[in-house]
Design a protein around this ligand. Structure first.
Ligand code: 2HG
Ligand code: ZN
Length: 480
């Protein structure tokens, strides 16, 4: 077991942070000890709450000297336990919440510079106020912080058009494990000056340093959204429809989300305010969103015509185009509340997989077949960002299984076997076992099993080169 921080080390940390810069009572630190999915519970002697980059530097320097583990903590929305300390009590939690200034919005240059502790929603609002847009959208954007979205290379619902967080980064500021600051907070679109070292911190989940600031790319504020729900027979139909919509509308297509009937039923049963978009049930829905500049008239009509022609040709079963902001909101509300509906239906066995689009339907058919042999009564709730080839291929317990019951424990005990079957199939089909939720603590063994050994070797060497004493988010991504 790692050594607990000494009284002198704790005093040095408090000194580095100044009054109001830390939490230590059991009640105050409690919210930092359990991850969002309640998979892990840790403990810590201190939650550091720096308000400046200089304070982060001082905290990291004390931890480096004392060889204390540092667990960076943003909005605590990780699905993989990436921001939760271990049970040893030896790790310090570093909350970025007070480092939350918008540093600069450059409307003419289409850039936004800000502290890592700004929430994604606050960053979006800052862009909107300058008639620009930060095109990253997540269900958890009200709490997720910029530092966390950078550290996990977050995805969400507009990846199809704008890419993941990595693709929105122009500049980065990082406090390194030795206390130096990497200052690459430039706002340049072009900067070919050797290795792009900042890239290494994106998706590193705080294991190489603490991201304290970033300069992000903005895009033009969309004039209008065209949002529709198409009823489809299954994932194959959805993927084919996406292809035709992209042929017709190109890069205007921003989002293409998939919601199977079971997910809709769980939402209807468990949550208020869920719409029934059609008068009869369908096997699945595709939620499609186009964004167009204000000056482009008729796109809504053209999109409606395309969907009408698809329905007439029997390639989709029905469709509805949102005619107002509230209608659009209610379609997104349905999609964004699928995770909550699933949580209400009991403990889940989750997978966050991606596949080449062309193999998605094959994946679902084969996975359903394999799982019928392992967990025949489980309910498969495979939904998500189909436009990106990313499915949250989750399993809920059989209907009627109560929370905390022996039957639920029996279902959860199948997780290792289920995960193995699903991830093996994903690997066989050229996919990824972690599309957008990262590795954290949850998927360290999966990374060891499925990652290219050469890439894994490079990751380990990079970790040692950056963090020779292993103080940065120990045990996350890579084994200690
Ligand atoms: C989403 O797309 C999130 O809604 C959550 O990434 C996925 O709960 C999940 O498995
Ligand atoms: Zn997702």
């Amino acid at each position: 077991m790692a050594a607990q921080p000494s009284t002198a080390a704790l005093a040095a940390l408090k000194d580095a942070l100044g009054p109001g810069g830390w939490l230590e009572s059991a009640a105050d630190v409690e919210p930092f000890l359990t991850d969002f999915r309640r998979l892990y519970h840790g403990t810590t002697a201190l939650v550091a709450r720096p308000a400046t980059v200089a304070q982060v530097v001082r905290v990291v320097a004390v931890c480096a000297r004392e060889r204390l583990g540092i667990v960076p903590h943003g909005g605590n929305t990780s699905y993989c336990g990436g921001a939760t300390p271990d049970a040893s009590g030896a790790e310090i939690v570093l909350s970025l919440a007070r480092l939350n200034r918008v540093r600069d919005v450059d409307a003419g240059g289409f850039t936004l510079s800000l502290d890592a502790g700004c929430t994604l929603a606050a960053a979006q609002a800052a862009a909107r106020a300058a008639n620009r847009r930060l095109p990253l959208s997540l269900g958890s954007e009200g709490s997720a912080q910029i530092g966390g979205t950078l550290s996990t290379n977050a995805g969400g619902t507009a990846v199809l058009r704008f890419g993941m967080m990595r693709e929105l980064v122009l500049g980065l500021e990082v406090v390194l494990p030795d206390g130096r600051v990497l200052d690459q907070l430039k706002s340049l679109r072009k900067d070919n000056t050797g290795y792009d070292v900042k890239q290494l911190f994106l998706g590193a989940e705080g294991t190489l340093g603490v991201i304290t600031g970033a300069c992000l790319k903005l895009s033009a504020a969309p004039g209008d959204y065209v949002t529709a729900l198409a009823a489809v027979g299954g994932i194959g139909e959805a993927v084919a429809l996406l292809g035709r919509i992209r042929d017709a509308f190109g890069d205007a297509v921003e989002g293409f989300e998939y919601v199977p009937r079971i997910a809709h039923e769980l939402a209807l049963a468990g949550l208020p305010g869920i719409v029934r978009p059609f008068d009869r049930p369908h096997p699945a829905f595709a939620l499609i969103e186009l964004a167009v500049p204000g000056a482009e008239p008729g796109v809504g009509d053209r999109f409606g015509e395309l969907l009408g022609a698809e329905a007439t040709a029997g390639r989709i079963r029905d469709a509805v185009v949102a005619r107002s902001g509230p209608q659009r909101d209610s379609l997104w509300y349905l999609r964004e509340h699928v995770p909550e509906a699933q949580t209400r239906a009991g403990a889940s066995i989750k997978h966050d997989v991606s596949l080449p689009l062309a193999r998605l339907a094959e994946f679902v058919a084969r996975a359903e077949q394999v799982l019928a042999g392992i967990a025949p009564a489980a309910r498969i709730v495979g939904y998500g960002h189909v436009g990106d080839g990313n499915l949250h291929f989750n399993l809920s317990p059989p209907a009627g299984v109560l929370r905390g019951s022996a039957a639920e424990r029996e279902f959860l005990a199948l997780a290792p076997q289920v995960n193995r079957a699903v991830h093996d199939l994903v690997a066989e089909l050229g996919g990824s076992f972690s599309a957008e939720h990262g590795i954290g603590r949850l998927k360290v063994a999966e990374l060891e099993r499925y990652e290219d050994p050469v890439a894994l070797d490079l990751m380990r060497r990079i970790k040692v080169a950056f963090d020779p004493h292993g103080i940065m988010n120990p045990g996350k991504v890579l084994r200690r």
